[in-house]
Design a protein. Structure first.
Length: 565
């Protein structure tokens, strides 16, 4: 089944939600949320989470909240928030009026912290960061109580209020939940719930100099918003006891159910925002929207469609078990989708001039080119044809192997939409011996590509008029890494596995003139070449730039198989 034909399949999250609805849990409501941090761009791993959260809500007549976890002003920037909203909208999801920020709740989160202190469930700790780590213990050894753990409620309230007032410097004090330093779960060993950060927040300005930690903020934000199902990736499974402890201890009216699923792992790439930042900062890629990056901005610029990403996320399914997905699965979803929606055009990436000696020098004919072989509604375009054209250099060989059915001396081929031509001679560079021109004759009775006498021609090649074709820059993208699991070798930095051939830029390519006014972001299938997208940043009528989105076939799988063999 192709990705385009994928239908909704059952998974454990859908089963849980269905059972909750049958039991009328949450009064039949389904409310989910997608809570990114505005400290970088989203990548395709986030796309899976977006599809799950918005998808579950949509399927059950519920709503999905868009909520920014903006609790660390040191690393956050409004530009990232804008980019995230653009990405989620591009994927096809609408949060309506349900756009929220954790910073909306800073006053209420502070009040909850005061309540925990009054309950004897939180205390101000004055250990240094190094001392805190030493007291925390290990996976096999229990932690030790902080010497400040038994401060009185009055002292804790006073210190916490002075922390808020800006009296202390960063790192001098934190507020910790009082749970169990001997817990086998390190997240329950008196976790920090507030720290001092003397930094202005992009939404609240200088109102606060203490900020809540993620684990504390997240569960309470869910509760405040009335979330019913808090869906998150598997790395938060060990955080669930803390999620429940905070809500149970405060006896909040709403206690959402946290459900974890396996995150998306793809080969030949990294799925860590921190490592993607390194790639950008170290100049290995040209920004967050570099088409080699699997950020949503990058794949959008490369020409992936939102439909193909949604189909991919549905195809790989939702499970509790971590696994690594082959990049070919994603690319097949893109191919399947573009095959249906991308109009056809002709582009010659590595031009070789072909001259039809018996074709009138001044004659120009307009050939009818189907914009899509299976969709007549896409119409027909006019493609100019004249005596001199460009063909793909790989479509001609002087000494062809047995199963080479394209152009060669004495051989006849079909020019797409045009005529049958026969190679008569070649012109070579006197210095290098390279073929620089192919001379042919054409049969004027074969317009449209068929012979009246019924003779069969196996080869059909594409072309572009030398007189009318438009020069274009073509960017050929490949895997960003040579290694399937760039992070698998713990002894080397993942950046040592970068593919030095991940980008090839062709500057002499030619495309048919119908593409001169192509809109940025427009996608096409260059016949016999692959799917290409007009670059949304660098392309203009004066300088056409196309990014190759994906090949027509999974050629990388064949190459990899050959290497393994």
């Amino acid at each position: 089944m192709s990705a385009a034909e994928t239908t909704l399949s059952s998974n454990f999250i859908r089963a849980i939600v269905a059972e909750d609805l049958r039991a009328n849990k949450n009064n039949g409501r389904v409310v989910t949320r997608f809570p990114p941090e505005p400290n970088g761009h989203l990548h395709i791993g986030h796309a899976k989470a977006i599809c799950i959260n918005f998808g579950i809500a949509t399927e059950n007549n519920g709503v999905c909240h868009m909520r920014f976890d903006d609790t660390n002003p040191v690393k956050e920037d409004p530009k990232y928030a804008e980019a995230i909203l653009k990405d989620v909208g591009w994927l096809g999801f609408d949060w309506g009026d349900n756009l929220f920020h954790s910073s909306d709740y800073f006053d209420k989160l502070h009040d909850y912290a005061v309540q925990l202190i009054k309950m004897g469930k939180a205390y101000v700790c004055s250990l240094t960061a190094d001392e805190t780590r030493a007291f925390r213990g290990t996976l096999t050894e229990p932690g030790k109580d902080s010497p400040y753990r038994d401060r009185s409620v009055e002292e804790n309230l006073d210190l916490f209020e002075r922390m808020r007032g800006g009296e202390f410097e960063d790192g001098t004090h934190v507020l910790r939940a009082k749970i169990d330093m001997a817990s086998p779960n390190l997240n329950m060993r008196d976790p920090v719930i507030y720290r001092i950060r003397k930094a202005d927040h992009h939404r609240t300005g200088d109102k606060w100099c203490i900020y809540p930690m993620y684990d504390y903020t997240h569960c309470l934000s869910d509760s405040i918003e009335g979330i019913t199902h808090s869906l998150c990736s598997l790395e938060f499974e060990d955080h669930r006891p803390l999620y429940d402890w905070v809500l149970d201890t405060l006896e909040t009216e709403c206690h959402p159910q946290q459900i974890e699923f396996a995150r998306l792992n793809l080969n030949y790439t990294v799925m860590s925002k921190r490592k993607m930042i390194q790639l950008v900062d170290n100049g290995h890629v040209k920004g967050w929207d570099d088409p080699r990056m699997l950020t949503i901005a990058g794949i959008r610029r490369r020409g992936y469609t939102p439909e193909s990403i949604r189909n991919f996320c549905e195809l790989i399914g939702v499970s509790k078990k971590e696994s690594r997905i082959d990049m070919g699965v994603l690319e097949n979803c893109v191919r399947d989708d573009l095959n249906e929606r991308a109009p056809r055009a002709m582009g010659v990436l590595h031009p070789l001039k072909l001259i039809i000696d018996n074709y009138p020098e001044k004659l120009v004919e307009e050939m009818d080119g189907l914009n899509h072989p299976k969709n007549p509604d896409m119409g027909v375009r006019k493609v100019p044809f004249c005596r001199e054209i460009y063909i793909e250099r790989d479509d001609f060989l002087e000494d062809p192997p047995k199963k080479f059915f394209r152009l060669a001396p004495g051989r006849e081929v079909r020019l797409r939409f045009a005529y049958l031509v026969t190679c008569k001679s070649v012109v070579k560079d006197k210095t290098t011996g390279e073929v620089i021109e192919v001379h042919c004759s054409y049969d004027p009775e074969t317009r449209g590509g068929s012979a009246p006498d019924g003779r069969k021609v196996k080869g059909t090649i594409h072309w572009v008029s030398a007189r009318h074709g438009v020069k274009a820059e073509i960017r050929i993208y490949d895997r960003l890494f040579e290694r399937e699991d760039p992070e698998g070798d713990k002894e080397t930095n993942f950046q040592t596995h970068l593919n030095p051939n991940s980008l090839e830029i062709l500057t002499e390519s030619r495309v048919e003139p119908s593409l001169v006014d192509a809109e940025p972001g427009a996608r096409y299938q260059f016949e016999r070449q692959g799917y290409f997208c007009v670059d949304s940043k660098d392309s203009s009528p004066e300088r056409l730039v196309f990014n190759r989105t994906v090949t027509l076939r999974d050629t990388w799988a064949k190459i990899s198989k050959g290497k393994r063999g």
